[in-house]
Design a protein around this ligand. Structure first.
Ligand SMILES: C[S@@+](CC[C@H](N)C(=O)[O-])C[C@H]1O[C@@H](n2cnc3c(N)ncnc32)[C@H](O)[C@@H]1O
Length: 209
């Protein structure tokens, strides 16, 4: 979805260990800025995924408007569902992008973030997964989950909120993906069959005209 990044200036929101930043650098970006709220993640990024054209910055993406430069590409892998004010973030990102620039981000799928009690698969009498239990889809807002540690806060947004936020910020949506395991993967690893009931991730590409 990114297309060629050669010669581009790229901002990575919630870059974590910086693995993607290093890839973008190797793929030809002239400048990569990776920001993350976690100093610990960035220490590992500095140690393991350093390059002369990568700069890591310890800051919440809620503060991106303080960055004093523009980018051709903004990416974010599995981090934007941690931000409460999605609409404001999108307006800030729009301002940071050069005309013709793109925003490509992935997040947990709205069907995954929906249940207040956390994602739950229901098994049949044979012990195999029968279906996904979707609840609370229209109850948007805060979700507190356990992921590595207890008390991780993320935000559930409906599809229309995600799309309207982009439209209202001025973006044109150019592509969306809801990736699921391939037939080959399922044949090799049958436990992934359940992911055909619902995708776990949503990826959106949007353009600043
Ligand atoms: C699931 S990890 C993804 C890391 C990386 N993007 C990847 O795909 O490997 C989410 C990352 O987002 C960061 N994060 C969470 N909330 C954030 C915020 N408000 N601003 C910036 N980074 C944030 C976390 O510290 C973590 O490194």
């Amino acid at each position: 979805m990114l297309g060629s990044v050669a010669g581009k200036r790229l901002l990575d929101l919630g870059c974590g260990y910086g693995e993607n930043c290093r890839c973008f650098s190797q793929m030809g970006c002239i400048r990569v800025v990776g920001i993350d709220i976690s100093q610990r993640m960035l220490e590992i990024a500095q140690a393991e995924n350093r390059a002369p054209n990568i700069q890591y910055m310890n800051m919440p993406m809620e503060n991106v408007s303080s960055i004093d430069e523009c980018f051709d590409i903004v990416v974010s892998s599995l981090a934007m569902h941690y931000v409460q004010n999605y609409d404001l973030l999108l307006k800030d990102l729009y301002a940071l992008l050069n005309p013709g620039g793109i925003l490509v981000f992935s997040q947990e799928h709205p069907l995954t973030t929906a249940p207040l009690a956390g994602a739950k698969w229901i098994k049949g009498a044979d012990g195999k997964v029968d279906h996904y239990r979707l609840t609370d889809y229209s109850r948007t807002g805060k979700r507190t989950v356990s992921w590595m540690v207890d008390g991780v806060i993320k935000y559930h947004r409906t599809f229309s909120e995600l799309i309207n936020g982009l439209i209202n910020a001025g973006f044109v949506i150019s592509e969306m993906e809801e990736p699921v395991p391939s037939a080959e993967t399922i044949q090799r690893l049958p436990q992934y069959m359940k992911d055909l009931h619902k995708p776990n991730f949503l990826i959106i590409k949007a353009k600043k005209p």
